[in-house]
Write a protein that binds this ligand. Structure first.
Ligand SMILES: Nc1nc2c(ncn2[C@@H]2O[C@H](COP(=O)(O)OP(=O)(O)OP(=O)(O)O)[C@@H](O)[C@H]2O)c(=O)[nH]1
Ligand SMILES: [Mg+2]
Length: 355
């Protein structure tokens, strides 16, 4: 799972990214692996993993991860190739979700591209580039599909109709996400890869001591989540040993790590469920799946060979496993179920694939 950190220049994206990276050095909860100058992998904390591991006598613990991409500031005209616009837009296209950092702090020493602090205007400026980039892409795709749809093929006609609506909606400055996808055009979104189809999380980069995003930004976000984080404070806290950072947080009145909230919100944004695998003497692992995924999909997440040799899945809710105190007791109690490949995985399932 990949998340792009986007925003105007100087919004605080790299500060936030560095905070996530630095946090890894000091606390075990966020080991970051930098896989490129602007790409890092962060672990998603899940409090269920440790008890599951203990019950199964499994170690080490391997949490699920999210890859964050720190993208350079999107300037006005990026969609027209301004700045290094197109390259950045292409990088965003590769990700599953967007973390939109919006400046909401009033520190005069940090220049603003417009010389004025206005979170909603900033957010709209970035979004305008996303709409325009999508519009161009959608128009190009529509042209091609129009020609192909001449063949009368049902899917292509459906895709053409869908694209016509997408073009119209984007032209009005709304997200491609807002256009429902008819069953016959199910491939449409994958073909288009619209930036505005991706779920978006707003992060208001606020002044120290503020814990709410500006109301107008939250209103602008609408259905999308919007959280407040002070990137600078988080970066400073991330440099401190965990204990000192905790004391500092208490002093500053920040109850929870902003980074923790950020990672959690990003994970929630992807609308995933988590399942666990854990076996005696082997690793205990949390893994994400899309809602509605099956035992067969879960097997695929574990290993291609295991999926290919799928025989059955042994499934138990994480709490039942923990309460039973291990698989053997769970089996005695009859709470370990056998499921086939079409079983729809539930959040918190602990799964053993027999292959
Ligand atoms: N006061 C204050 N300054 C901040 C905060 N976050 C970032 N800054 C400062 O703002 C400046 C720009 O921050 P960056 O994180 O580099 O901004 P960016 O979004 O990565 O900018 P580009 O990569 O140029 O698009 C730096 O001088 C930061 O120290 C904050 O929460 N409070
Ligand atoms: Mg930066």
């Amino acid at each position: 799972m990949k998340v792009a950190i986007v925003g105007l220049p100087n919004a605080g994206k790299t500060t936030l990214f560095n905070a996530l990276t630095a946090a890894s050095a000091e606390t075990a909860s966020y080991p970051f692996t930098t896989v490129g100058p602007n790409v890092a992998i962060v672990e998603v904390a899940d409090e269920r993993l440790a008890p599951v591991a203990a019950a199964a006598e499994a170690s080490p613990l391997v949490p699920e991860t999210i890859e964050f991409h720190d993208i350079a500031g999107l300037v006005r005209g990026a969609s027209q190739g301004e700045g290094l616009g197109n390259r950045f837009l292409a990088e965003i296209r590769e990700t599953d979700a967007i973390c939109h950092v919006v400046r909401a702090h009033a520190d005069d020493s940090v220049p603003h591209p417009d010389g004025l602090i206005n979170p909603v205007a900033d957010a709209e400026a970035v979004e305008a580039e996303l709409y325009l980039a999508d519009l161009e892409q959608a128009e190009r795709r529509l042209e091609r599909v129009r020609k192909q749809a001449g063949s009368g093929q049902k899917e292509l006609i459906a895709e053409r109709e869908w694209l016509e609506q997408v073009v119209e909606v984007l032209g009005r400055g709304e997200r491609a996400r807002n256009v429902p996808v008819p069953l016959a055009a199910a491939q449409g979104p994958a073909n288009l890869q619209a930036l505005t189809s991706k779920p978006m999380l707003y992060v208001a980069n606020v002044d120290e001591g503020t814990d709410e995003p500006p109301a107008e930004l939250a209103a602008h976000a609408g259905d999308s989540p919007c959280i407040a984080v002070s990137a600078r404070i988080e970066a400073e806290l991330a440099e401190l040993p965990a204990e000192e950072a905790g004391e500092m947080r208490t002093e500053l009145g920040i109850d929870q790590s902003g980074l923790e909230r950020l990672v959690r919100a990003a994970y929630d944004l992807l609308d995933l469920i988590t399942f666990f695998t854990a076996h005696l003497g082997a690793e205990a692992r949390a893994r994400a799946l899309p809602q509605g995924a099956t035992a067969w999909d879960a097997a695929g997440r574990v290993h291609g060979d295991i999926q290919a040799g799928f025989v059955r899945a042994e499934v138990i809710g994480w709490r039942e496993l923990v309460n039973a105190g291990g698989y053997a007791h769970a089996r005695e109690r009859g709470v370990l179920r056998t499921e086939g490949r079409d079983y729809v995985v539930r959040d918190g399932d602990v799964i053993t694939i027999r292959h």
